[in-house]
Design a protein around this ligand. Structure first.
Ligand code: DGL
Length: 269
């Protein structure tokens, strides 16, 4: 059967980080119908209990997938993807693409040591340690978990200036140790330029954005007849702070102003 309307894609994160993934997907697939939702009521996910995180992501993503006839879901959050994908995939009939730290490509690129910059939760997850065990051979791994870095990306999208000295202090453990660092949180590509500036060109930065975009493209039917011109919608589970400033950034990316979408009731099943 021929399909003339664009697929509906839902992108999820705890905050603005998933917008870095959205931008990569949009480069490859500019005419899809995008829905973006961020669970800012429970931000930061890097400090949330696992059970709470799983229950919230499931409730929100399942409800929105039904309501907006979503064809493909992207969990654009490393912290969530390392634990929610199995339950979400068993609950949904549509493909669910996750984002996990790009440890494997980073390890192939590194000659000295690999750094992982992520949330406090991601650096402790079993999933992450399995990736390191499976893909990093005979190289040191330096782990850095920081919520402050996530906050800095949130602030940047609200137009605040980044304090490069603060950034440099946070990233100090990477310096003179690693030659490749993984941006293992989707917030970090939003401040990649500044991270690169303080770490210097001798440390290569790797993230998963482009690989995710290619995966999304591979999963969607290759049709040329999609029409352009839909408005993209962005939702948050609570009123965002400095909403006006944030709206300016998201509207620049092609979204309507942010709409509040409260978390659906969580069932115990
Ligand atoms: N953007 C998220 C990630 O990729 C998490 C940020 C947070 O809420 O801690 O891990």
């Amino acid at each position: 059967m021929k399909r003339f309307s664009q697929p509906n894609v839902l992108i999820f994160d705890s905050g603005v980080g998933g917008l870095s993934v959205f931008q990569e997907i949009k480069k490859l697939l500019p005419t899809l119908n995008y829905y973006y939702v961020f669970d800012n009521e429970a931000y930061p996910y890097g400090e949330l209990l696992q059970e709470t995180l799983i229950a919230r992501v499931n409730a929100l993503v399942i409800k929105m997938t039904q309501q907006f006839a979503i064809d493909l879901v992207v969990i654009a959050c490393n912290t969530a993807s390392t634990i929610v994908l199995p339950s979400l995939r068993s609950a949904l009939a549509v493909p669910v693409v996750g984002v996990v730290p790009a440890i494997k490509p980073a390890s192939l690129l590194a000659s000295r040591a690999v750094g992982l910059i992520a949330t406090p939760a991601t650096v402790t997850r079993q999933y992450t340690h399995d990736l390191i065990r499976d893909f990093v051979k005979e190289k040191e791994v330096e782990l850095l978990g920081s919520t402050r870095l996530v906050d800095i990306a949130e602030e940047k999208l609200r137009g605040r200036a980044i304090d490069l000295q603060e950034l440099s202090d946070i990233l100090q453990p990477m310096r003179n140790k690693v030659d490749v660092a993984v941006l293992g949180c989707t917030h970090f590509p939003l401040i990649k330029e500044e991270i690169q500036q303080v770490l210097g060109e001798e440390i290569a930065l790797v993230d998963s954005g482009q690989a995710i975009a290619r995966r999304v493209q591979a999963l969607l039917p290759a049709l040329e007849a999609w029409q352009n011109g839909q408005t993209w919608r962005i939702f948050s589970t609570a009123q965002p702070w400095e909403e006006q400033a944030l709206n300016r950034s998201v509207m620049d990316m092609g979204f309507n102003p942010i709409e509040v979408y409260p978390l659906p009731e969580i069932s115990d099943r």
